[in-house]
Ligand binder design. Structure first.
Ligand code: NDP
Length: 338
């Protein structure tokens, strides 16, 4: 028997419980198409999961994330292979899984066990502990994807300041740390002035108040940013596009403010600005491994530990509600054995 958080939706009613009696055959996919043992060919004993914004949405029964009911949420897991029908994985391998629909269309990481597809797993780098791998999680992996996308678009530290919005959150915090380590001058946009010292500690050179970016603005504004990593969307994304310098690039990761993009083509056709879409869920394996390689070599692990908070499996329920209220800072790891 396995312990797991389970969300069940009946009409508008959402029930979230910590179950202690989940059978192995309830893990993995709930759909007949995917549930064949040949598709989900690896069982993982989970050590850690995490609380991403998406996990908060799933725990609240959000229709965009919770695609099956009942659902074990958790878009991340870190653990040890307990059983494998795949030639690629052996019992005892230490593995990481981010995205691929777990915690959305497939039962996910907020459990002591998961049954998953072998091709979704990557090997945990030796230098990163299981808890640190969960602290990085989808948020940190996405931050690495965004930094790599900006660099592929030609961004270099001498090009000018780089803005990170949603700065105190998971994606934002790790993006700041990675950019600062690479020599960029990073400005953090935050709604919480009390987090200024925290953001400077991650490597930001300065902060701005996120309300400066929240109102509707002109399609072209004073040029300031050489690059931007945005977790907010809406008017914030429109304004940062309008403030991006000639030839600069903006990586769009999230929508904590809004999924709208009320902009014009002006930044693109008059300033050659690029808008780069970041999708971690179906990111192909080579880019996944390259991003994790960047995290292994460039993310200061003491800094990572300092931005990480731990909760128990049951504690993930409260943490999920808190992340939707914008109250968490950095990354929250779930020790599923607690
Ligand atoms: P967090 O909640 O940890 O971070 C979001 C941060 O944004 C908050 O800490 C807060 O920072 C700020 N914020 C919160 N609410 C608002 C608001 N209403 N308006 C403006 N700013 C706000 O979430 P994550 O870092 O886990 O995820 C961030 C976004 O990225 C989410 O939308 C998530 O779905 C998306 N995402 C997308 C991925 C992809 O593959 N594209 C993968 C991972 C995440 P502060 O207090 O400093 O302002």
């Amino acid at each position: 028997m396995t312990r797991a958080i389970q969300v069940t939706k009946t009409g508008d009613d959402v029930q979230v419980v910590l179950r202690t009696d989940v059978n192995d055959d309830e893990l993995g996919s709930a759909t007949a198409d995917d549930a064949s043992s040949s598709a989900e060919d690896v069982v993982v004993d989970i050590e850690y999961s995490g609380v991403n914004y998406k996990d908060g949405l799933a725990l609240a029964g959000g229709a965009g994330v919770m695609r099956i009911s009942p659902l074990i949420p958790g878009i991340d897991l870190v653990g040890t292979v307990a059983d494998s029908n795949s030639p690629d994985w052996s019992i005892g391998d230490s593995v990481i899984l981010n995205g691929w629909g777990i915690g959305e269309t497939h039962n996910g990481g907020l459990a002591e066990r998961a049954r998953v597809r072998s091709e979704w797993l990557i090997l945990r780098p030796d230098a990163i502990s299981p808890r640190q791998a969960a602290a990085i999680g989808t948020a940190g992996f996405t931050a690495a994807l965004a930094v790599r996308a900006l660099e592929r678009a030609g961004l270099t530290p001498d090009a000018g300041e780089v803005l990170v919005t949603g700065a105190s959150g998971g994606v934002g915090s790790i993006a700041i740390a990675l950019l600062a380590k690479a020599g960029f001058r990073v400005i953090a946009s935050t709604g919480r002035a009390t987090h200024r010292d925290y953001l400077l500690g991650l490597g930001a050179a300065g902060t701005i108040d996120r309300t400066d970016l929240e109102a509707a603005g002109r399609p072209l504004q004073k040029q300031r940013w050489a690059g931007v990593i945005d977790s907010v969307g809406g008017h914030t994304l429109a304004n940062v596009l309008a403030q991006t310098r000639w030839g600069g690039a903006v990586a769009s990761c999230g929508l904590v403010g809004s999924s709208d993009l009320p902009t014009t083509v002006m930044p693109f056709i008059l300033r050659g600005v690029s808008l780069l879409g970041i999708n971690s869920v179906e990111c192909p394996l080579p880019e996944r491994e390259a991003a994790w390689g960047r995290l292994e070599h460039s993310l200061d692990r003491d800094l990572l530990d300092s931005l990480t908070t731990s909760v128990s499996l049951e504690g993930a329920i409260g943490a999920g509600a808190a992340i939707l209220r914008g109250e968490l800072r950095g990354r929250t790891v779930v020790d599923v054995r607690l």
